[in-house]
Ligand binder design. Structure first.
Ligand code: FMN
Length: 317
């Protein structure tokens, strides 16, 4: 079995799954710079069981995105078994189980981080997924530092003897899912408890912070999420910084070219209302530009690629 978590050189630097963000265009623009592995937006095991069209579309990918790992969420072990079989059939390079999502639509149905309230069920779900994958693709898990009284160390104790390929820990609790700085201590502790690779999520918003995360936690890699918003090149900057101690910032014109290419990819892949998505990502790119508010107010109204090109020309003047 090929296993990107074990086979790729460490430390791993990769784009974490983000629902509503890591669509095909987003993944491909990040991959152009650097991401050791990629994930589509997570999908529901119930959606897979019932053959939801929306779920099928979310699982579409291109060969250039390999290694690509499908992340699944839900609460029923039997559906995890089926989902893992389906993920193998679809040709993915791994299956990842979500034990961290705080969103009500996931957690209120017993999935995501709510699963941490029943560690026996977590183990059952992992076992069912391992059985469904049947050694054909690696199985990994992603969680967060705590859910109510359950700390990630307890989760680690329950899963440490299982043949998993990776554990990714996000250093924020369920109660403050995305607020404030991430706590690296629970991630560092998880690394001491787990015999397979552990990756860290939540602090790596700059190359310096990525290095700090790796140095402090001793982890095998960092997962990037919001730090990539408008900066799809950050994975390469992190790799360069880790290898050489320096990195370069793309020029204004390079950034604008990437932004345009990203918009074109969204238009190509997301035929259903592409400009809703395009306006969102354009806002991220110009966020730190001088005069950002002005460009942003124009970009949130664009309806064609030509309109974006005109604004780009104006920014370059
Ligand atoms: C918009 C958004 C969607 C997310 N969706 C997922 C998801 O589907 N699966 C998952 O495991 N984590 C998801 N996350 C969590 C991220 O992967 C990451 O762990 C978290 O944002 C912390 O990293 P950061 O501080 O670098 O953003 C999401 C985060 C954001 C901001």
């Amino acid at each position: 079995m090929k296993n990107p978590w074990a086979d790729l050189p460490k430390p791993l630097v990769y784009l974490a799954p983000m629902s509503g963000v890591t669509n095909r265009a987003y993944r491909q623009i990040v991959k152009q710079f650097h991401s050791d592995v990629l994930f589509p937006e997570f999908v529901s095991i119930d959606g897979m069981h019932f053959g939801s069209e929306k779920t099928n579309v979310l699982l579409e990918y291109d060969e250039i995105e390999r290694p690509i790992i499908a992340q699944v969420f839900g609460a029923r072990p039997a559906y995890f078994f089926e989902a893992a079989q389906k993920v193998v059939e679809l040709g993915f390079d791994g299956v990842d189980i979500n034990f961290g999502c705080p969103a009500p639509k996931v957690a209120k149905n017993g999935g995501g981080c709510a699963l941490l309230g029943d560690l026996g069920l977590c183990r059952e779900i992992i076992q069912a997924t391992l059985d469904g994958a049947a050694g054909r693709i690696p199985v990994s898990v992603k969680t967060r530092m705590s859910f109510g009284k359950t700390h990630v160390r307890e989760f680690c104790r329950v899963i440490a003897d299982l043949p998993l390929a990776n554990l990714c820990v996000h250093g924020r609790p369920f109660e403050k899912p995305y607020l404030g700085s991430a706590n690296l201590d629970p991630i560092r502790e998880a690394k001491t408890l787990i015999p397979f690779p552990v990756t860290a999520s939540g602090h790596a918003h700059t190359p310096e912070a990525a290095k700090e995360t790796l140095d402090y936690t001793g982890c095998d890699g960092v997962a990037l999420a919001r730090g990539t918003f408008g900066k799809p090149w950050i994975g390469k900057q992190i790799k360069d910084y880790l290898e050489t101690g320096t990195y370069t910032e793309p020029t204004l014109s390079e950034k604008l070219n990437v932004m345009l290419e990203h918009a074109r990819l969204v238009e190509r892949y997301h035929t259903n209302r592409p400009f809703v998505e395009i306006r969102k990502i354009l806002g991220w790119y110009v966020r730190d530009f001088p005069n950002a508010a002005n460009y942003r107010s124009q970009l949130v109204r664009v309806n064609t690629i030509q309109e974006i090109e005109q604004i780009v020309t104006q920014i370059q003047k």
